[in-house]
Design a protein around this ligand. Structure first.
Ligand SMILES: Cc1cc2nc3c(=O)[nH]c(=O)nc-3n(C[C@H](O)[C@H](O)[C@H](O)COP(=O)(O)OP(=O)(O)OC[C@H]3O[C@@H](n4cnc5c(N)ncnc54)[C@H](O)[C@@H]3O)c2cc1C
Length: 458
């Protein structure tokens, strides 16, 4: 419990209008994309790094938990205040501090919405490539804390690949600049990369300097339908083997296709058992050349149908099939447990076959779609959370899924993070020596254990 005296001290730091205590006001800060919920005791909305520093020093002295929150779109419960305490909402850190066109970098505060940075960069003819599907709601701070990926990771990589330096506040109160503002830099341990992906457990990110790249001249969208997953996946392998690097390479399984078939403006043949959404970007001439190659590879691999968008409107209608999948899943069951495993590209068919067997064995639908180019599959275990029999199966299904993923040389999470939802499975992937080192790192950053306690580590 945070004492009344401590709440008064927090109020003195941020100002009374930036401390929320009313239940009705703070309840919404207790949940995230997982829809799990825990009630915070208070929500502070600091306006500068110094205020965050004073709050964290107070928390370290008085031992109350602090949970940093961006937009609350996280998919592993990272922003949920499981022990109550104080939520630190980053809403006021909403400025793009600079875009350096010549050096192709941007310095941006943590609470900026990712799409706003992308738009601002585009106005300068530049691209900020990480593009989680939540781009219109998530914050840069949340993206950095989760090392968010996205649809274009196959070509451009993930958030980590664009971060040069950070401004952070440590749980003990020190304000620190990590990394560099330049394209290279190897002075000392790489604290920047340690903090990126640490899910708000090591430091509060105040701002970051990120790398930008030139905006591609054109984007070409294509959609290919295949009789089944094996041909779709072998097409992915063939495309990559030829040295073609699409900016998007999305795979959709037959169950997902059947859910969106009637909703989209596309003729999807009954025989279609898998779909690939492919995008190429770059200069007009090379995109045209590689698009021809992609079409040829798809034909050689036995594709049933192939569509090329001739305009942005046509591209949008090809995307519609992919975008409609997530909401359509609820036609199967009222709830889902969503995992984001990654396997080597060549093992995707084996993975999806295994999931069909699992689905049959446990009697729950498990539709799959994902970023085929990087082997990242979104596995959706569809169920009714009000049915105790189905809920009893979930832990077993997830354990079997993760066992298979690891057997195939993969990882249990490609972009959503561990948070609270995967914490009890982390030991399956990380050996005791790794977990012990992570615990010691956490202790070095946060000796009192006040920053997002009991997240990630079992
Ligand atoms: C519809 C939908 C689609 C999504 N698609 C993708 C996708 O394609 N790829 C992907 O990777 N993820 C995706 N996500 C997950 C989510 O959007 C990302 O994890 C995103 O990075 C979270 O950002 P946020 O601002 O909402 O963070 P929050 O949910 O508020 O917080 C997430 C974690 O980051 C920490 N944190 C937040 N801000 C800071 C900060 N300033 N300093 C330190 N720690 C901080 C929190 O404590 C928490 O642990 C999706 C989510 C939804 C709902």
């Amino acid at each position: 419990m945070i004492s009344q005296e401590t709440l008064s001290q927090i109020e003195a730091i941020v100002g009374s209008q930036y401390l929320k205590l009313e239940k009705v006001q703070i309840s919404e800060f207790g949940s995230d994309g997982t829809k799990l919920h825990a009630m915070p005791e208070a929500v502070a909305i600091p306006g500068c790094a110094e205020e965050i520093s004073s709050i964290l020093m107070l928390a370290t002295r008085k031992r109350f938990p602090v949970v940093v929150r961006g937009a609350g779109s996280g998919m592993s419960g990272g922003a949920i205040p499981i022990h109550g305490g104080l939520v630190l909402a980053m809403d006021r850190f909403n400025k793009i501090l600079s875009i350096d066109k010549e050096n192709m970098t941007a310095t941006v505060e943590a609470g900026v919405i990712t799409a706003d940075l992308k738009d601002a960069a585009a106005r300068e003819g530049l691209l900020y490539p990480p593009d989680p599907a939540s781009i219109k709601i998530s914050t840069i701070g949340g993206n950095l804390a989760e090392c968010a990926g996205g649809l274009r990771a196959v070509k451009y990589g993930v958030t980590r690949d664009y971060v040069l330096g950070l401004r952070v506040v440590l749980p003990t109160g020190e304000v620190l600049n990590t990394g560099v503002q330049t394209m290279k830099g190897v002075a000392g341990y790489d604290l920047t990369r340690l903090i990126v992906g640490s899910e708000g457990t090591l430091a509060v990110i105040v701002s970051g300097t990120v790398r930008l790249v030139p905006l591609p001249e054109v984007i070409q969208t294509m959609l290919a339908l295949f009789p089944g997953l094996p041909t779709a996946v072998s097409t992915v392998t063939e495309i990559m083997k030829k040295g073609i690097v699409p900016s998007v390479l999305e795979l959709v399984d037959s169950l997902c296709i059947s859910l969106v078939r009637d909703e989209v403006d596309l003729e999807i043949p009954e025989a279609a058992g898998a779909m690939l959404l492919i995008e190429l970007d770059g200069n007009a001439e090379s995109v045209k050349y590689y698009a021809g190659q992609v079409r040829q590879i798809c034909a050689e691999q036995g594709c049933l149908d192939f569509a090329t968008a001739g305009s942005p409107t046509e591209a949008e209608s090809l995307w519609e099939a992919r975008r409609n999948i997530s909401p359509s899943l609820y036609k199967l069951r009222p709830h889902k447990v969503s995992e984001d495993v990654v396997v080597p590209r060549t093992r995707m068919v084996e993975m999806v076959r295994f999931l069909s067997e699992l689905s049959r064995e446990y009697g729950v639908p498990i539709p799959v779609f994902g970023h085929a180019g990087d082997g990242n599959l979104h596995v959706n275990i569809m169920l009714d959370k009000n049915d105790p029999r189905e809920m009893r199966k979930v832990d077993r299904i997830v354990t079997r899924l993760f066992e298979k993923v690891l057997e195939l040389g993969g990882t249990i999470t490609g972009e959503h993070g561990v948070g609270i939802t995967k914490r009890r499975y982390l030991h399956m992937e990380i050996p005791p020596a790794g977990l012990s080192l992570m615990s010691r790192i956490k202790k070095a950053f946060d000796p009192a254990g006040i920053l997002n306690p009991d997240k990630i580590l079992p």
